[in-house]
Design a protein around this ligand. Structure first.
Ligand code: ADP
Ligand code: GLC
Length: 484
């Protein structure tokens, strides 16, 4: 099965969040399960720099007339064959992949990412005479025009290539002004309620949801939630109307990157049978950060984008209760200035108990999962969430809100689930400070019963979290879409 994976990010080359982790892990997992995956990426500087033997496959003209090159080579970091759109004027800029240095979205984002979908559709139409994909699997709004271009090309007797669209986060939709539609080169018919028109504007996300042959999202629970008005971000009606082709496939953990037994980014290796390294990681981190070096202080960790989604207001509001019980917090994150400042201020007032680092740091993130006892992910909503799974792998029991993928991966340490050997963390049923503090109290209570805590931790670390299962599910879906 020849699959073209289309995404804006890919770990380890370019990452702003979990999308990159998934895009980086899926090709190898699908290949191991019998797929043949190539990836298509925008030519951001780190991606172009990693591309080996980058031959210009062809030059092409974007729908608005700009000339760009398409390179094909192998990504050294992943060993995967990649098509990369070489257009430095569009992708090589100071600032992030989507926003400039002042955190403002680039004004031409509709062009920058329409091009990604456009080139995907060209590859589906046989642009590379040596490699014809059977499936184009595009991820999130950045790649969401691929199914639209493909649908119109199919209508014009193009080859029958299946389009799969995966929603990683419905809250980011790629909505642009109506006058940008002219740049996309799509037939006028696409600017309609039955198309990508969205309240008089254009929505890339809606294009993916409307035109794709199959829609997936990153957990079964989120697949249900997005069909409700509360979580549908205005697209629940469309999603309900397509429920026959919508499914949830739970993300997984890339165990070649996230595994405390072999992780070079943590100071002491450990695993279920030899857990001593975890205590040493904790002591070392407490020491480095200037926290009180106490093995019996319950250490909470947060590695997160600091946005409304992640529910960190609860963490801020719960800090006093946490410290009153002798708990400590280490946080690594970046995002909304108000949250950054609030956490900084609290840490400055309590340096022995709270450590806050504002920034993005892959290796420090690994250190936090290894050192902490509890990973906090009390998100308001969470399509899947990867950090709670990294917490499980590293024996840092997740404390989560029962939504999306968090609900699908974490079982609360209630008496009955402890008794039945199912518990692997702490879960709040409702998004309130009271529920959050009660979940924290359950964590403290379990920590006080160390043998029981250790049993739960062993279960968490033993949980099967690899990509094999999801890869098999995606391949089955591709087969199904191709034979439809
Ligand atoms: P989301 O994609 O919504 O941000 P996920 O839990 O799916 O949430 O994935 C987040 C990914 O980004 C994880 O790999 C996490 O470790 C990483 N991450 C988030 N913030 C930081 C940070 N400040 N420094 C390093 N890694 C981070
Ligand atoms: C998004 C979601 C997150 C998910 C990730 C990878 O960023 O917010 O929940 O884990 O994509 O699918």
């Amino acid at each position: 099965m020849k699959v073209l994976q289309v995404s804006a990010e890919i770990f380890p080359l370019l990452k702003t969040g979990g999308l990159a982790d998934v895009a980086g892990a899926l090709p190898a997992a699908l290949n191991a399960a019998g797929g043949e995956v190539r990836v298509l990426l925008p030519g951001f500087a780190p991606i172009l720099a990693d591309l080996q033997g980058p031959e210009v496959l062809t030059e092409l003209t974007a729908p608005w007339g700009e000339r760009v090159s398409l390179r094909c080579g192998r990504l050294a970091a992943l060993g995967t064959v990649a098509y990369v759109i070489d257009a430095p004027q569009l992708y090589c800029r100071p600032g992030g992949p989507y926003e400039d240095q002042h955190r403002q979205p680039y004004r031409d984002n509709h062009r920058r990412f329409a091009l990604l979908g456009f080139v995907a559709a060209q590859l589906a139409r046989g642009l590379d005479v040596d490699w014809q994909p059977q499936v184009v699997h595009s991820h999130d709004w950045h790649a969401a025009l691929a199914p639209a271009y493909m649908a119109f090309s199919r209508a014009a007797q193009g080859p029958d290539v299946a389009s799969i669209f995966t929603v990683h986060n419905l809250a980011y939709q790629g909505v642009f002004a109506a006058h940008d539609f002219a740049d996309l080169g799509l037939p006028q018919a696409a600017f309609s309620v039955d198309g990508l028109e969205y309240h008089g504007q254009i929505s890339f996300m809606k294009a993916g949801l409307f035109y794709a042959d199959r829609i997936t999202t990153v957990s079964p629970t989120y697949a249900r939630e997005i069909q409700t008005p509360e979580q549908g971000c205005g697209l629940d009606g469309l999603l309900r109307s397509r429920s026959d082709v919508l499914s949830g496939i739970l993300n997984a953990v890339d165990e070649s990157v996230w595994n405390p037994a072999v992780d070079r980014l943590i100071p002491f290796a450990y695993d279920v049978r030899k857990p001593a390294g975890k205590a040493r990681c904790k002591a070392a981190l407490q020491q480095t950060l200037g926290l009180a070096v106490q093995s019996d202080a319950l250490l909470f960790g947060v590695v997160s984008r600091l946005t409304e989604q992640k529910g960190l207001h609860l963490v801020l509001a719960g800090l006093d209760a946490m410290m009153a019980r002798g708990g400590q917090l280490v946080l690594l994150g970046t995002g909304e200035p108000a949250l950054e400042n609030a956490f900084r201020a609290r840490a400055a007032a309590h340096p022995e108990a709270l450590s806050v680092r504002i920034g993005y740091d892959e290796s420090f993130a690994h250190g936090i999962f290894a050192a902490s006892d509890v990973t906090l992910v009390p998100s308001r909503f969470e399509p899947c969430g990867l950090t709670q799974m990294y917490g499980l792998k590293y024996g840092s029991l997740p404390l989560v809100h029962r939504v999306g993928g968090l609900a699908d991966t974490v079982v609360d340490s209630s008496l009955e689930d402890l008794a039945e050997g199912l518990a692997n963390g702490f879960v709040l049923d409702v998004f309130t400070l009271d529920a959050f503090e009660r979940a924290m109290r359950r964590a403290f209570a379990l920590f006080a019963r160390r043998p029981e805590w250790n049993r739960v931790r062993v279960r968490a670390m033993r949980q099967a979290l690899g990509w094999e299962r999801a890869a098999a599910q995606y391949l089955a879906l591709y087969q199904d879409a191709c034979s439809a």
